[in-house]
Design a protein around this ligand. Structure first.
Ligand code: NDP
Ligand code: HSE
Length: 439
């Protein structure tokens, strides 16, 4: 269809694939806000159908709208925009490609799909001059994709860092506040509906890495996939780590960090990484509690911008999805399209070993003379400068907590391997980065 055909009597047809947490809220908004949406778009939005896996469940929907044949729904001539809210990768990929290649715009919240297949999907959208929008894929309700792609299109972004996974932020916030261990708080996250039956994607950082890949791609005009993102999860964090962090005036957060890194050859590279890190209590990200998300963008001219809000949940995520639906529908009505994928910079990925940060190293040691100097000697030997050392506990329970100045990941890894060989170091119990402080 061409733009000129849409108007008061010619609706923009919308198909919703998936009627789960997010899909059901999108349908609710489409049905409750008919008049407002028509005014904003310039033509009515007509819900053509809803694809589900199990059509036998009573969901209080008009049975004529419900289908298990998502492919047939996507291919209907009266569908102009496909909203993909099924999740997973293979089926959504097939459906989204089918939609784009038949000239329909697509809105999706699917970060797993985008972090693996953005290139292919963007090319399919390009070939048919249609929109591929995904505001809800990163940080739920929080507008961050559109600010990066449009509001900051005239600026140069240096860093995008934040908390983009609500489940892990809930767990870490609860551990910090109550002193409870990881297992207890994970169970509580499950009881509250944050953690899924298989929480691996959240707690091992896969979800945050997929979001980091999307953020890095758009912030730095390059294609970055989830496999380019260095990833560490939170399942090894202990109450003892929090005790040590608190003693240093810090808390622990799972951070997604995307940075433009100057390199010796003169051409910038990209670092994209996800890991739990100590963050000073005074840092804005330290105060982001519960299942909330926040993203801090640093741009050359705009300076520092912070985006904060609900990063998950049916209604908040549906808000972002509907923003994209309205934009895609307006573009249909006006006969145009939104911004294309921007990948002109084509920057390379910097390996994690090259990335300098400060570190916090917690080790169990024998409590006797000479231990501290031997430990300090290993740091010196590998060119890692120590900022502070604390002893916690005594006798067999003695621990040394070392905070370093900035060091490369490779120098720190070599130091830790050497420490593990020392006879009076019983164990290096944790190694975490320290972010958000002057180096
Ligand atoms: P749900 O698991 O709640 O819903 C998935 C829906 O897809 C269900 O209605 C299911 O049908 C339907 N479905 C599954 N397989 C098929 C199939 N083969 N054909 C047709 N329909 C199918 O997922 P969410 O709503 O939580 O998430 C949807 C997407 O949004 C995911 O990509 C997720 O990553 C993303 N997202 C989710 C957020 C959240 O807070 N939940 C936040 C941000 C993004 P049935 O109901 O019959 O089982
Ligand atoms: N599992 C994700 C989270 C949902 O906990 O943030 C939002 O993408």
């Amino acid at each position: 269809m061409t733009g000129a055909q849409f108007g008061a009597d010619q609706p923009v047809g919308v198909a919703v694939l998936g009627y789960g947490n997010v899909g059901s809220e999108v349908v609710r908004i489409l049905q409750e806000q008919v008049d407002d949406l028509q005014q904003r778009v310039g033509a009515p939005l007509a819900l053509r159908g809803i694809a589900v896996r199990d059509a036998s469940r009573d969901r209080g929907l008009d049975p004529d709208l419900v289908t298990t044949d998502a492919r047939a729904l996507v291919e209907r001539d009266d569908v102009d925009i496909v909203v993909e809210l099924i999740g997973g990768i293979e089926l959504p990929r097939e459906l989204v490609l089918a939609a784009l290649s038949s000239g329909k715009s697509v809105v999706t919240a699917n970060k797993a799909l985008l972090s693996e297949h953005t290139g292919e999907l963007a090319e399919a959208a390009e070939a048919r001059n249609v929109d591929l929008y995904f505001e809800a894929a990163v940080a739920g309700a929080i507008p961050v994709i559109r600010p990066l792609t449009q509001s900051l299109a005239g600026d140069r972004v240096h860093r995008v860092a934040g908390i983009v996974n609500g489940t892990t932020n809930f767990i870490l916030s609860a551990m910090s506040e109550t002193g409870a261990d990881y297992g207890e708080t994970l169970a509580e996250a499950g009881n509250r509906g944050y953690a899924e039956a298989d929480p691996t994607a959240d707690v091992e950082g896969f979800d945050a890495a997929a979001k980091a890949a999307i953020l890095a791609s758009i912030a730095f005009h390059s294609r970055v996939s989830a496999s380019d993102v260095h990833r560490e999860g939170i399942s090894a964090i202990t109450p003892q780590d929090f005790e040590s962090a608190h003693a240093l005036g810090c808390t622990i957060k799972l951070l997604s960090i995307c940075e433009r890194v100057p390199s010796p050859g003169g051409r910038d590279r990209i670092s994209a990484r996800v890991y739990p890190a100590l963050v000073p209590d005074s840092h804005p990200l330290a105060t982001v509690g519960g299942a909330f998300n926040a993203v801090v963008v640093e741009a050359e001219n705009a300076g520092r911008l912070m985006f904060y809000g609900q990063g998950a949940g049916g209604a908040p995520t549906a808000s972002a999805v509907m923003g994209d639906v309205v934009m895609a529908a307006r573009n249909k009505v006006n006969g145009g399209r939104g911004p294309r994928e921007s990948k002109y910079a084509n920057l390379e990925i910097a390996p994690i070993g090259d990335i300098p940060t400060r570190y916090f190293v917690n080790m169990q040691v024998a409590d006797k003379a000479g231990v501290l100097s031997a430990v300090a000697a290993e740091f010196a030997q590998h060119g890692v400068s120590i900022s502070t050392v604390r002893q916690e506990g005594e006798g067999t329970g003695a621990r040394l907590v070392v905070v370093t100045h900035t060091a490369s990941d490779s120098a720190l890894s070599a130091t830790v391997s050497a420490l593990e060989q020392l006879e009076f170091v019983t164990a290096v119990t944790s190694v975490l980065r320290l972010e958000g402080t002057h180096r």
